[in-house]
Design a protein around this ligand. Structure first.
Ligand code: ACO
Length: 317
């Protein structure tokens, strides 16, 4: 697998910490100190598929391909307006592709899960070019009266076009069924046969537990991958980590013992945009000209489930 194009898109409505202070018992100081987040972009008049299509088209353009060149689309998404059809079907039609598509939900680790699936398809020649689109709107999962969760998230999309190649050096996925630390239940229609009371609430998160799992598991995954590839921590140009919280990012960096400049972040501008965070940050690095052919990159993400994904890539464009 080789990444040949990246793209991203963020909603136009930027919500600062000061704007949240107007309706929540919170402060810019608390949010900045505990999370590093200053602002997040949330969906207002646009739709999630619009963000996804913008990101996908940027990635196609960056790869020098058109939708007709794509053999398969993988969309990573936790929630969107439609349960069915899959968001990937909607994106396929909007970009004018005709290939098969599938949605996956590995929460915030979705981009790495999608890369793993893509790698397998490319390896056995079932596809030549695959479009991965991560599109997320966690702002529709949180309760906007709950200061513990709503300040953390933003919406957005990130995309990558991958083709056959040898740039994915190692990849590691893990899932452990820890369903009570972070969950969001979908409201289902009543039926004449359901007699138990059903209660639905916005996203539930045990923040401290998530924090612990995030740091422990990311460090474990990264160390295993470095070991497997024979690389030292400082051989890696950039650690592209899930953008959930600046303190989580800094803790992982400290445990690994790497310099600040190797760990880029944009969580301060976008908050946590779930699986879109990694491809969106990668796109920023790519467009800012910060990636050189041959650079070694580590990606690492964690999410509800609990899922983790990490990989080592040699940048090839
Ligand atoms: N403003 C002001 N006070 C707040 C806010 C807020 N926005 N949110 C919580 N508080 C209060 C709490 O009510 C609590 O008050 P109390 O002591 O009077 O009860 C106090 O601050 C401390 O709350 P904690 O939850 O213990 O604060 P903590 O230092 O753990 O920080 C945080 C909370 C930021 C959520 C942290 O635990 C964290 O980042 N966890 C990881 C979250 C995460 O990464 N989630 C997503 C990962 S997976 C995915 O991406 C889907």
């Amino acid at each position: 697998m080789k990444i040949i194009g990246t793209g991203s898109a963020h909603p136009k409505c930027a919500v600062s910490n000061e704007m949240l202070e107007k309706f929540l018992d919170t402060s810019d100081e608390w949010i900045t100190e505990r999370t590093g987040i200053k602002e997040r972009c949330v969906i207002s008049s646009e739709k999630l598929e619009d963000m996804a299509v913008l990101a996908a088209n940027h990635a196609l353009e960056n790869a020098g391909l058109t939708a007709a060149d794509i053999d398969f689309i993988i969309c990573s998404n936790v929630v969107n307006e439609y349960v069915t059809p899959a968001l990937s079907c909607i994106i396929q039609g909007m970009i004018g592709a005709t290939c098969p598509t599938v949605d996956i939900n590995a929460a915030c680790a979705g981009f790495i899960y999608a890369m793993d699936i893509a790698e397998d398809k490319l390896k056995c020649n079932k596809a030549k070019n695959i479009l991965i689109v991560c599109a997320e709107e966690p702002s529709r999962m949180v309760g906007w009266e709950n200061r513990s969760t709503c300040v953390l998230f933003g919406d957005g999309a990130g995309a990558a076009v991958v083709t056959q190649g040898d740039d994915l050096k190692a990849i590691r996925l893990t899932t452990s069924s820890l369903t009570d630390v972070l969950y969001y239940q979908r409201r289902l229609e009543p039926t004449p046969y359901i007699d138990k009371p059903e209660e639905f609430e916005p996203l539930v998160m045990k923040g401290r537990e998530v924090f612990k799992h995030a740091v422990t598991n990311s460090c474990r995954d990264i160390r295993k991958l470095l070991n497997e590839t024979g690389l030292e921590a400082n051989d890696i140009k950039y650690y592209v980590l899930h953008q959930a919280n600046r303190r989580i990012i800094d803790s992982i960096r400290n445990f690994l013992g790497v310099d600040e400049e190797r760990v880029p972040h944009n969580v301060e501008r976008y908050g946590n945009i779930s699986s879109a965070a990694l491809p969106a940050l990668l796109d920023e690095l790519n467009r800012d000209g910060k990636l050189q052919k041959g650079d070694k990159l580590v990606f690492s993400a964690f999410g509800a489930g609990f899922t983790t994904g990490a990989c080592v890539i040699e940048w090839g464009i």
